[in-house]
Design a protein around this ligand. Structure first.
Ligand code: AMP
Length: 498
């Protein structure tokens, strides 16, 4: 049996063409339309784009995004999703790093020096007869997608996921979801998509749904800012499988109407991306007694998720954090020192065009059968209790804020690039063990440190990094605390000893 994700999706297109594959607000697309349109766009790419480099796909949650993804990979090119939440400077950095002069954009977008194929052009191409080029889809070790994530140097790094990585992931995620749904829902699951396509969490809902012949219901940025409207949309969509960060579910649960009477079809909650708190899991199981809750764990560097734990009442009652559970088939987790190392078939090819960073964390190692496998040092602290794995935090300056992955060094370097700032440090502010916001400490001798100075720094920063990375508070210091060997003394800042 050929388990390639593209073959599996082609089979769904062939057998269930009239089912809605993607829905986003008023827009929707059937599997047949997805197949036809992506074939035409793939042909067009083969005939009109000489470059074989990956293609940036810019936009938000329009179903056309998925047509573009499919078209790229069918034409033998990887795609790189970039969401509208990314500031222009960062989009430019990514476009330059990718190197392809052609960009597909499903929302208004322009970039000097690049040929942007906009929404209307894409629609026209998708509606017309195909060109004459021959399409050879990506396969095996070819790159399927590149997702950029925060980099400690101040520039994002692109994680390169191969076709084989994604196919292995989807094979597992389909089994994971399928085994936890009733027959009726398994035949046609309705997945919710919360994360923008530029975050790898979206890979879980998108490809699990497509491979199962399900319908993906996208909740866009505007809807996420209007709870009542969002709930109504979810209810009308009869969602059966929820995929989000725990933070998003917590936000929904802040509203008391979020329960099984609102979403009676809900059978499964799949979480990933950050710690799932016991309180969140407990509250959720009270609100949705009929639904299963699964805590999955993994980094973008190993294709979304590599472990899973079915959350049980016993787990919630037990001392300590919830487990991240067991590795998926094809993956082995090893604790080296206190660090979680992932070995297996979903470990990424590396960071795009960045061999130095790749070598720092990716390596080859024999698995338990002696076969060489790719491995990735996660930077996560963890342990194994003989039954389950646990993730207990980070060994470095990477954090999660409201579910977003952020390198504190990314913000610090971008602060330091502002000419007014001489020194900068960014620290998380905790509420219990959860990060609630970020505080930036800056030395900016030419500024008074007024409220409007803080606002100015924030707006300069917003041009460089996504809004979710901009610290809530900017504190001006005359002098930064230093250690005896001349390094910034973060401990003193953390303890407020300044
Ligand atoms: P990302 O690449 O954005 O998916 O972020 C990956 C990081 O999120 C991991 O290296 C962990 O630090 C954290 N993470 C993901 N899933 C979990 C989980 N279930 N529990 C605790 N931390 C998690």
């Amino acid at each position: 049996m050929n388990n390639s994700i593209l073959t599996i999706i082609e089979n769904v297109i062939k057998n269930n063409g009239e089912i809605v594959a993607i829905k986003s607000g008023p827009h929707s697309l059937t599997y047949r339309q997805l197949g036809e349109q992506s074939d035409r766009l793939a042909q067009w790419l083969c005939s009109n784009v000489e470059d074989n480099e990956p293609v940036m796909v810019y936009g938000h949650k329009n179903p056309q995004m998925i047509v573009c993804f499919m078209a790229c990979v069918k034409s033998g090119r990887a795609y790189c999703p970039v969401d509208i939440s990314m500031p222009a400077d960062r989009v430019k950095d990514i476009a330059e790093a990718i190197g392809n002069k052609t960009i597909l954009a499903t929302e208004n977008f322009e970039l000097n020096g690049f040929r942007v194929i906009g929404k209307n052009d894409i629609s026209r191409i998708c509606d017309q007869a195909a060109g004459s080029g021959t399409a050879f889809p990506v396969s095996g070790n070819d790159t399927f997608y590149i997702i950029f994530t925060s980099g400690s140097t101040g520039k994002p790094k692109g994680v390169e996921i191969s076709e084989s990585n994604l196919s292995k992931f989807a094979e597992w995620s389909v089994n994971l979801a399928g085994a936890r749904l009733t027959d009726e829902k398994r035949n046609h699951p309705i997945f919710m998509n919360q994360a923008p396509f530029s975050f790898d969490l979206s890979v879980m809902d998108l490809y699990t749904s497509l491979a199962m012949g399900g319908t993906l219901v996208c909740v866009d940025k505007a809807q996420q800012q209007n709870t009542a409207e969002m709930f109504e949309y979810m209810r009308n969509s009869s969602i059966t499988c929820w995929v989000s960060t725990p933070s998003f579910a917590e936000m929904c649960m802040a509203d008391h109407s979020f329960d099984s009477s609102l979403l009676p079809e809900m059978e499964l909650f799949l979480f990933c991306g950050e710690k799932l708190g016991k309180e969140t899991a407990e509250k959720l199981s009270e609100r949705f007694p009929q639904a299963k809750i699964v805590n999955t764990y993994g980094p973008t560097e190993s294709t979304v998720a590599v472990t899973f734990a079915d959350v049980t009442p016993e787990m919630i009652k037990k001392e300590g954090p919830l487990p991240i559970g067991q590795p998926k088939p094809g993956t082995q987790l090893v604790i080296e020192g206190e660090e979680i190392v992932i070995i297996g078939d979903t470990v990424a090819k590396g960071y795009y065009k960045n061999p130095e960073k790749t070598e720092q964390v990716f390596f080859q190692t024999p698995d338990k059968d002696g076969k060489m496998q790719k491995a990735y040092r996660t930077g996560d602290k963890g342990f194994y209790d003989g039954k389950n794995f646990y993730c207990t935090g980070r060994m470095d300056g990477q954090i999660k804020l409201h579910g977003y992955r952020i390198e504190l060094g990314d913000i610090e370097n971008n602060l330091m690039n502002i000419s007014l700032i001489e020194q900068a440090a960014v620290l998380p502010k905790y509420d219990g063990d959860k990060i609630k916001s970020l505080v930036a400490y800056v030395k900016a001798p030419s500024m008074e440190g007024s409220f409007s100075d803080g606002k100015k720094i924030k707006s300069l920063l917003k041009e460089k990094i996504p809004a979710y990375m901009v610290p809530k508070n900017i504190k001006f210091l005359d002098k930064m605390p230093m250690t005896a060997n001349g390094k910034l003394d973060r401990k003193k800042l953390e303890a407020g000893l300044i």
